[in-house]
Write a protein that binds this ligand. Structure first.
Ligand SMILES: *Cc1c(COP(=O)(O)O)cnc(C)c1O
Length: 222
């Protein structure tokens, strides 16, 4: 199956309120251009250097989403153009994004990553850490970032009940915090679901799915 066919099949299966991020990490620009020519304008990458090279090589009406873990010292390379950073999981990182956004005279949209999986290895905040950030004076004084939603990754398991439980847990955190609104905190996006679990994620309230291998085929490396 071609990238165009895969993309069209997935797009036609998504409800209207769900945004598709085409996860193109490790894939060559040639493959991304096929998706672009089929109408895709949102791409997700997990390495800042690779994303920046693709940003430079490709049309400028693309929205680039950083979906990977972000190292503070690399924020500056994407600050001029990144459309959404999914994996924000510390106040320190938010401060750096705010600083670099300010230098570029922009407001950078971010999602806070919440830890919902059983595995210790997955990044993300627990609800206590989330609230600590939101209540901090440092956060209230950040004018160049905007938290527009939450992101989470379920445990890597075949157990659908467990994945569902984790997605519903994230959805409940999302709903609770949606009511808190301020200049830099306005939740409207819930990023959850990948190739293997996006239908389940949507049934649990996802509004943004991050799909890679079902569009571009399997990756040879992470
Ligand atoms: C790689 C990746 C995806 C896409 O995974 P697929 O299983 O290929 O759809 C989604 N989200 C994150 C954070 C990723 O790193």
């Amino acid at each position: 199956m071609s990238i165009t066919t895969n993309l069209n099949n997935i797009k036609s299966s998504l409800p209207e309120n769900v945004t598709l991020v085409a996860v193109s990490k490790t894939k060559p620009v040639f493959d991304l251009m096929e998706a672009y020519n089929a109408g895709q304008r949102i791409f997700g990458e997990n390495k800042i250097q690779e994303m920046t090279e693709k940003y430079e090589a490709m049309p400028k009406d693309i929205q680039w989403h950083m979906i990977g873990h972000v190292q503070t010292n690399k924020v500056k390379y994407m600050a001029p153009y990144v459309a959404l950073i999914h994996g924000v999981d510390s106040l320190k990182l938010l401060k750096e994004i705010n600083k670099e956004a300010k230098k570029n005279d922009r407001i950078i949209n971010c999602l806070l990553q919440i830890h919902i999986a059983e595995e210790e290895t997955k990044f993300g905040l627990d609800t206590i850490e989330l609230n600590e950030i939101l209540l901090s004076d440092a956060f209230k004084n950040m004018h160049n970032i905007k938290i527009v939603g939450l992101m989470g990754m379920a445990t890597f398991t075949e157990n659908q009940d467990q994945i569902k439980k984790e997605f519903l847990h994230l959805k409940s955190i999302f709903d609770k915090h949606k009511e808190l609104r301020s200049e830099n905190f306005q939740l409207n996006t819930l990023s959850m679901g990948m190739s293997g679990d996006y239908e389940l994620a949507i049934s649990c309230g996802s509004t943004m799915v991050r799909i890679g291998s079902s569009i571009f085929g399997n990756r040879n490396y992470q």
